[in-house]
Write a protein that binds this ligand. Sequence first.
Ligand code: FAD
Length: 534
Amino acid sequence: MVAAYMAEPLETDYLVIGSGIAGLNFALLAAEHGRVVVITKKRPADTNTNWAQGGVAAVLAEDDSFAQHIDDTLKAGDGLCDRSTVELCVNEGPAQVKRLLDVGVRLARDAAGKLDLGMEGAHSRHRVVHWEDVTGREIQRALIAATLSHPNITVLDGHIAVDLLSMAKYGGDPACFGAYVLDVRNGQVKTICARATVLATGGTGKVYIYTSNPDVATGDGIAMAYRIGAACGDLEFVQFHPTVLYHPNAGSFLISEALRGEGGVLKLANGETFMENYHPMKSLASRDIVARAIDNELKKSGADSVFLDMTHLDATFVKNRFPNIYERCLGLGIDITKQPIPVVPAAHYMCGGIKSDHDGATTIKGLYAIGECSMTGLHGANRLASNSLLEGMVFSTRAAAAVKGLPMTRPAQVAPWSTGNATDSNDAIVVSLNWDEIRRFMWSYVGIVRSDKRMQRALRRIEILRDEIREYYLDFKVTSDLVELRNLALTAHLIIESARRRKESRGLHFTLDYPDKLPEAHHSEIQLTNGPRG
Ligand SMILES: Cc1cc2nc3c(=O)[nH]c(=O)nc-3n(C[C@H](O)[C@H](O)[C@H](O)COP(=O)(O)OP(=O)(O)OC[C@H]3O[C@@H](n4cnc5c(N)ncnc54)[C@H](O)[C@@H]3O)c2cc1C
């Protein structure tokens, strides 16, 4: 039997877990003062970043102002945004757009050569820079090209972090000094030590059966950080995107907010509009309102989907502005210039995450969290569209400056990963069944509309499943599927627990038992000392 560990730890200055916008921008900047290892569990472009369509919000138009962008962000956040974080991100917006251009990202321009600024839901001004409707793909392309050619950066694809290394295991204060990392190709678990460990692991969409997120979004960073004692917060605020294409062969394909921004109108199957019954901004209301309205209409009628109608807009404009969405829908037999698009809501974005400060520092020394896996207070109870790529840029930039000069804090001898008596799994069906079950009950019980009873049902199930997964985890050799299932289950548990504790409806968290907002907004916080077992 081949021992599934390497005796000697690898050492680097900065270990980055994740190759999306946050991880790669951090890597590029930190590589100016240290060696960086980036690990990513699949290919470097398998990220939420790569799927982003709309773009990056920044104040660039003459009729716009920082105050207006701040105001829009605070309104969306429903009383729960951290004002200083909002100001920081909004004020840094224009500089971060310049940084993207400097890294080689192409951005659309108008006839006069100025950056073209898109309009999105709940923004009061045109302020979203974009590259057609595949902005994320363009950002990812440029960042990967720059990263791969940097002499101080090593990118290890097909490497999944299993657990973080903590000094607490060696009798010290809880500080993080790296991670155990599984090389998916050969089953070896490497020990990688670092002065700073940076979680840039993205979202949690796969916790739900319907999601706009790619397969990598299993909440790994949140689960790993929680297990070593980091404080997490606001995990009940899951953003459901109102418009994901409803088609048996579409997988999870997002119909961007920008379509409604450019005049798309939501309708029922009979052609009637309905959003005027829910909000004065109609189809341009914020995502939580639109998602809940659609959910309600679907429950009322029993229909499979509602429709987003673009047919009244100029066909050439629609094709030029949304070439990717146009082609994708056409490939499925829907000409969006002539037919309305069938859409349903799906889990899209995690507003909460690992608590981090303005430098990306978590409550654990040596551990940083940036991008979607973090909770900076920017989004509060609901994210304003296109603020998340901006957040990823802002905090990766600040974290890269903050880690400079950090000392290496690690034990002289690091225990290698041990497989104990674990054997190769002969029961992989357990993983796929548990995976499926969690995602289904999370959708039904802890989805767009919640209640105490539903969440109690979810809690009972997750406790049983996590016991089963723990047993399985101890008995069998670690695989990437098992790592993801373990993290998905813990993340689901943390979402359920956080949602149960919020006795009000605010932003994205809506519960039938407490339909009103409490007079004072408060963040939720969950960590090992007051939450479920890790
Ligand atoms: C369809 C879609 C459209 C969107 N459109 C927009 C938009 O227009 N504007 C906007 O601002 N935001 C948008 N968002 C949200 C935005 O794309 C994400 O919030 C953002 O890209 C997250 O970046 P990130 O760097 O934090 O994480 P990601 O880009 O998701 O990267 C996470 C990385 O971590 C890796 N990883 C995870 N766990 C592990 C592990 N255990 N070991 C090793 N690697 C690991 C993954 O493989 C991946 O490389 C959209 C999201 C989706 C899904």
